[in-house]
Design a binder for this molecule. Structure first.
Ligand code: FAD
Length: 368
C-alpha cells in the first residue's frame, strides 16, 4: 500500500504537440512507461508508481510511493521533464496531496577527486572515489549530472527535492552542475572516471575540471539516458563530448560487433587508443584549427556512410554539438526513415549557449 499520494492537474491545451516528446523524455530518465487505459502507467527503478493522462485541455499526473525519497524523486522527474519539454507554455504544475517535506535526492552521492590526468592535450580524465558507486554501473545509462560546489564556500550544501517537485538549489553561486558521461566505472573499488573536454570556454564545468585537485568534493546524480542496443551493425558518432560515450560503448560491445565509429577532435594529438571490437573501424576526423561546432566534418562523414539495410537491425548513436545533432537526426529519421528505436541521439552542447541558457530556453534549444 502506498503511503504517499499526490496529483497535479496541469491546464495544457497544446499537450498534443508535446506528448510524444514528453513520453520519450521520461523514458530516457530511468522511467518505464506502458499504456494504461487511455493514459500511461509509469514505474521506476527507484520505487513508486505514477500515472499520466492527457486530455484536450489538461495533463494529469499522479504519483504514489511508499517513502518520501521515491515520492519526491518521482514528482521531480515528472515536473522537471514536462516543464523542460514544454518551456514555451509557461505551465503551472501544482501538486496537491501529501507533502513529506524537502529532502536530499536519493540518488545523490558524494565524490572525492582521486586522480587527475591529461589523457591528451584537451581531455582531462578525473577519477572520483565515493561509496555505493555501483548504483551508477548501468550499461545502458551512461550519463550523470555532476555537482560542483565552490571550494571557498566550505562544506558543500546540496540541492534538495521540494514538495512542489522542484529542486531547491543552495544560495546562488555556491553550486554549479553539468551533465557528463561516466567513461569508466569500477563498482568494486568504488571509483568512476569522467573525461572532461577542456574546451577553453568559461563555463563552471570546464573551470572546475581545470582547478581539480586530489580530495576535491563533487556531487553526482543519476545515472540516466539510453545506451546501446544489440544490432548487426553500429554507427557511433561524436565530438570530444561524445568520445567518452563512444569509447565506453566500444569497450562493452561483443568482440563480434561490426560497424564504424566517427570521432571529431581538434587534431592528431587528440587520438586515443580505444579497445573496441576489430570489426568496428574507428575514423578520426580533425578540425585542424577550426573551432568546435563550426564545421561540417562530422555531418558530412556520417552522411557519406551508406547505412546497411534493413534499418531495423542497425544501431546509431550520436553525441555532439546541436547543429550536427539536428542535421543528422533529421537526416536519419526523416530522409532515410531509420526507426526511432534504432537510434540514440543527443545534443551535448550548443555553440554560444551555456547549459544554463539551454535550461532557460527549454527543450526546443536541444531537439531536432
Ligand atoms: C548527455 C551528455 C553527456 C555529456 N558528456 C560529456 C563528457 O563526458 N565530457 C564532456 O566534456 N562533456 C560532456 N557533455 C557536454 C557538457 O555537458 C557541455 O559541454 C557543457 O556545456 C560543459 O559545461 P561548461 O560549464 O564547461 O560550459 P557552459 O557553461 O555550459 O558553456 C559555456 C560556453 O562554452 C561553450 N561550450 C560548452 N561546451 C563546449 C564544447 N564541448 N566545445 C566548445 N565550446 C563549448 C558553450 O557553447 C558556451 O558558450 C555531455 C553533455 C550531455 C548532454
Amino acid at each position: 500500500m502506498a503511503d504517499l499520494k499526490a496529483e497535479a492537474v496541469i491546464p495544457f491545451e497544446n499537450i498534443g504537440s508535446y506528448l510524444e516528446q514528453i513520453l520519450a523524455s521520461l523514458a530516457a530518465h530511468s522511467l518505464m512507461l506502458r499504456p494504461d487505459g487511455d493514459g500511461y502507467i509509469i514505474t521506476s527503478s527507484f520505487g513508486g508508481t505514477a500515472w499520466l493522462h492527457a486530455s484536450d485541455t489538461d495533463l494529469r499526473l499522479k504519483v504514489e510511493a511508499e517513502n518520501p525519497a521515491s515520492f519526491n524523486r518521482f514528482k521531480h522527474a515528472l515536473t522537471s521533464l514536462v516543464d523542460f519539454v514544454a518551456r514555451g507554455e509557461n505551465l503551472t504544475i501544482d501538486w496537491q496531496g501529501d507533502s513529506p517535506g524537502a529532502a536530499l535526492p536519493p540518488d545523490l552521492h558524494t565524490l572525492n577527486v582521486h586522480t587527475v590526468r591529461d589523457v591528451t592535450p584537451f581531455i582531462r580524465r578525473i577519477a572520483f572515489e565515493g561509496s555505493g558507486l555501483g548504483a551508477f554501473d548501468v550499461p545502458d545509462q551512461l550519463h550523470c549530472r555532476l555537482l560542483f560546489p565552490q571550494k571557498e564556500a566550505g562544506t558543500p550544501e546540496w540541492p534538495r527535492l521540494g514538495d512542489n517537485g522542484r529542486l531547491i538549489w543552495p544560495d546562488a553561486g555556491t553550486l554549479a552542475s553539468r551533465i557528463y558521461t561516466i567513461r569508466r566505472i569500477d563498482p568494486v573499488a568504488d571509483v568512476l572516471e569522467v573525461d572532461f573536454f577542456m574546451h577553453g570556454g568559461t563555463g563552471p564545468g570546464v573551470q572546475w575540471a581545470a582547478g581539480a585537485r586530489k580530495g576535491d568534493v563533487a556531487g553526482i546524480l543519476g545515472p540516466a539516458a539510453h545506451g546501446p542496443k544489440p544490432a548487426a551493425w553500429y554507427l557511433l558518432a561524436g565530438d570530444e563530448t561524445g568520445l567518452p560515450g563512444i569509447a565506453r560503448i566500444l569497450e562493452d560491445l561483443p568482440a563480434s560487433a561490426e560497424g564504424i565509429a566517427l570521432i571529431e577532435t581538434s587534431d592528431t594529438g587528440e587520438k586515443q587508443d580505444i579497445d573496441g571490437p576489430p570489426g568496428i573501424e574507428i575514423r578520426w576526423l580533425y578540425r585542424d584549427g577550426a573551432a568546435p561546432g563550426s564545421t561540417r566534418l562530422l555531418a558530412d562523414a556520417a552522411r557519406d556512410i551508406a547505412l546497411p539495410v534493413p534499418y531495423d537491425d542497425i544501431f546509431l548513436w550520436l553525441g555532439t554539438e546541436y547543429a550536427t545533432f539536428r542535421e543528422l537526426r533529421l537526416y536519419w529519421r526523416k530522409e532515410l526513415g531509420v526507426p526511432a528505436a534504432r537510434m540514440v541521439t543527443y545534443s551535448h552542447w550548443r555553440r554560444g549557449m551555456s547549459e544554463d541558457d539551454i535550461a532557460e530556453a527549454g527543450a526546443q534549444a536541444v531537439t531536432a
